[in-house]
Design a binder for this molecule. Structure first.
Ligand SMILES: Cc1ncc(COP(=O)(O)O)c(C=O)c1O
Length: 464
């Protein structure tokens, strides 16, 4: 039997990628203020900035797109979308929205009041921002194993003991909902176990608190449950997903991830009375409840994508390609975060470049080096993103970790692209001692990493 796991597709349409010289890249880097968000995509060779909205559509999705019914109300595309969502999530009510953060904004504006607390395993940035803008507090309760950097399975779990304590001390009446994000993007894409989901649901039922699931990467989470959790190896991904959502009162999803779509999202829930209230907000801010800011084409694309993402061949290939990159870097001795996730590989830049202190942004330095070396675009998740400049003395208040995320767009890159990335790391390793730090010279008051200007503390010299 052949053991090699191959891409379960052949390529029908190709999109050229850019190749630039080292000299051009050095120039681009300088002009962008050493900020990769400021570099145009036409100058990027391998784009690993995000796995969100960057999937390749299948031939079935392209043909479904032609079925798009663009009627304002009651389009057939909405019914295709709704039944695809219901097949997996099982909720009677389905409201489309233009992307995940719109689902958060609309759901929270009905449920969350000033002074409330919204706990979760670890909230994604936009989830947190949408809670905080309502003057409520978003509380992360990741499991102990994650905090201790253990290599045990299901590091995305919520800490049930701390959750119970928080409910007891704050009072259940102050907690309008609890959110489990599967997989946990904030905890490096680590999954949540079925046991943890079921126990969270059981605990919340005793207090009458609803459980919502952020389902952006639900199929990747279901894959890990099948692979790692006793009793699930023979179950289909669909039946695992059905069980996950049977424990919840509702779900929000950004379909830009496991919807295999370039835009879209939804809220799905049981509560019909709440749905009517959400519809009012939806109509005001997104659109009529049968399109919610999406075209009929988008609805059709998602309807097909949600089913394709459940296929074993797809998920096995997804896991094999993430492991290929993880193993290749691991073999080189590149320090990596715990276990391979499916949507990204995380490099520990502080360990890889130990002579650059966190205040001089080793993560951003590595991001710049990867671009300089091979036109590879990645994202710093460290002090540039989460740190702050101390107003008193201008020094950096550093983040907990200095990571670089190599996100994996779905069905876009092949093994040879990843070999190229591994080789780029190998070349950077050879000159790692010579790398110097960066400092921030300009920053916005919020979400500074998107627009910040960085300057080398010593001139970065192109390697070739
Ligand atoms: C877990 C999670 N939730 C919500 C969102 C927000 O989704 P969107 O980008 O579609 O607004 C993201 C986006 O990356 C995410 O990773």
């Amino acid at each position: 039997m052949i053991k090699t796991i191959i891409e379960p597709f052949r390529i029908k349409v190709v999109e050229p990628i850019a190749f630039t010289t080292t000299k051009q890249r050095a120039e681009l880097l300088k002009n962008s203020g050493h900020n990769l968000f400021q570099i145009d995509a036409q100058n990027i060779t391998i784009d690993m900035l995000t796995d969100s909205g960057t999937s390749a559509l299948s031939s079935k999705q392209w043909s479904a797109l032609m079925l798009g019914d663009e009627s304002y109300a009651g389009a057939s595309s909405f019914h295709h979308f709704k039944s695809s969502v219901q097949n997996i999530f099982g909720f009677s009510q389905v409201l489309p929205v233009h992307q995940g953060r719109a689902a958060e904004r609309i759901l929270f504006s009905e449920l969350v009041k000033p002074g409330n607390i919204v706990p979760g395993n670890a909230h994604f940035d936009t989830t947190r921002a949408n809670i905080e803008r309502l003057q409520a507090e978003a509380v992360d309760l990741p499991c102990r194993a994650w905090l201790e950097s253990s290599d045990q399975d299901f590091l995305g779990n919520v800490d049930l003991e701390r959750l119970k304590n928080l409910i007891e001390t704050s009072g259940p009446e102050n907690i309008p909902l609890v959110i489990l994000t599967i997989t946990s993007n904030t905890c490096a894409g680590q999954p949540v176990s079925m046991q943890n989901i079921a126990q969270t649901s059981q605990l919340l039922k005793t207090y009458g608190i609803p459980l919502y699931i952020d389902a952006a990467r639900f199929a990747e989470n279901a894959y890990f449950i099948k692979l790692l959790e006793p009793g699930y190896s023979k179950r289909s991904i669909l039946s695992i997903a059905n069980e996950i959502f049977s424990y919840a009162d509702g779900a929000m999803m950004s379909c830009k991830k496991d919807g295999l779509a370039n835009i879209g999202g939804f809220i799905a829930l049981k509560d019909t009375e709440l749905t009517e209230r959400l519809k009012v907000n939806l109509i005001v801010s997104e659109g009529f409840p049968t399109y919610g800011g999406l075209t009929g084409r988008d609805l059709e694309t998602i309807a097909v994508g949600l089913q394709e993402v459940l296929e074993d061949d797809y998920l096995n290939y997804r896991a094999a390609s993430a492991s290929f990159l993880w193993n290749g870097l691991n073999k080189l001795g590149v320090p990596l975060i715990q276990k391979p996730a499916l949507h990204a590989v995380y490099v520990d830049a502080a360990q890889m470049i130990p002579h650059i202190e966190p205040a001089f942004l080793p993560g951003q330095v590595l991001v710049c080096e990867l671009f300089l070396e091979g036109g590879i675009r990645t994202c710093e998740i460290g002090t540039a993103m989460f740190g702050k400049t101390d107003k008193k003395n201008g020094t950096q208040i550093c983040a907990q970790r200095e990571l670089v995320r190599l996100a994996l767009p779905r069905r876009v890159y092949t093994q040879s692209h990843f070999e190229y990335v591994i080789e780029a790391f190998e070349n950077i390793q050879k000159r790692v001692d010579k790398l110097s730090g960066l400092k921030i010279t300009k920053e916005a008051p919020a979400l500074r990493h998107f627009t910040a200007v960085f300057e080398p503390t010593r001139l970065l010299i192109p390697s070739k």
